[in-house]
Design a protein around this ligand. Sequence first.
Ligand code: IPE
Ligand code: IPE
Ligand code: MG
Length: 247
Amino acid sequence: MPAEQYGDLLQQIDMTSLPAHIAVIMDGNGRWAAARGLPRSAGHKAGAEAMRAVTEICRELGIQTLTVYAFSTENWKRSADEVGFLMKLFVEYLSKEVDLMNEQDIRLGFLGKREGLPAHVLTAFDRALDSTANNKSMQLNLAINYGGRDELTRAVRSIAAQVQAGAIQTAQIDTNLLAANLDTAGQPDPDLLIRPSGELRISNFLLWQLAYSEFWYSDKLWPDFGKRDLLTAVIDFQHRSRRFGGA
Ligand code: IPE
Ligand code: IPE
Ligand code: MG
C-alpha cells in the first residue's frame, strides 16, 4: 500500500494551538472484519495497525499526550476466544512496539485496573513502562481493563484510605485532589475526543477528564482510520469555540 499523503492537511493546521491531549475510542474492529467475511480477530489486528499510524502522526505533529481506549472493564463480556486473542495482541504489541517507542522518544502510560488482567499482560506492560519511562517527546496512554466508573471508584477508595490514616482531612478533598488520584494524575485533560464507527456515546471512557473535551465523531471504522482522519479532526477542533462555561 502506498504511504498516505497528508501534507495538504498538515499545512492547514495552526501549530500554535494544538490540542495538548487527544483521546481516541478505537471502535469498529469487529464490523470492519464482518464486512470482509473475516473473524473479529482480523479486525483487531488491523486496528492495531491504525493505532500505529495515529501514534506516528500525533508524534509528528507534536501532540503532548495521546490516550487510546483498547479494552474496557465491560469488554470481558465478550467470548473467551475474543478476549484471549486481544490479550495476546496486547502482549505482542507491547513487546514489539517498545523499540519504536524508544526511537521516537515516546513514554508509555497505563490507564486501568491491574486486577483481573492476566499476569503475562501485566509483565509485558511493566517491562514497556519501565523501558520507556525516561522518554519525553510524547505520552502514549494505553487504556486496558479501563472503565471511568472503576477509575473514580479506585480514586475515592484511595482518598478514603488517606483520610482514615490521618494523612489528609475530609475538608481537603477538592477537585484537584480527586484528579491527582486518577490514573491520569499530572496529565492535562483531553482537549479532543475522537470516536470512529458511528457510535455516539462515551462507553465509560474518561468520565471525569472529558468534562470539557470537544467531541469528534466519524462513521469510518477504526481499521480504516488513518493519518488524514486524525489531521481532519485536529483541523475541525481548531475551528471550535471553547467557552468552558464562560460567556
Ligand atoms: C473495538 O472494536 C475494539 C474493542 C472494543 C476491543 P469492536 O470490537 O468493539 O468492534 P465493533 O464495535 O464490534 O465493530
Ligand atoms: C468501547 O467500545 C471500548 C473500546 C473501544 C475499548 P465498545 O465496542 O466496547 O463500546 P459499546 O459496547 O459499543 O458501547
Ligand atoms: Mg465496539
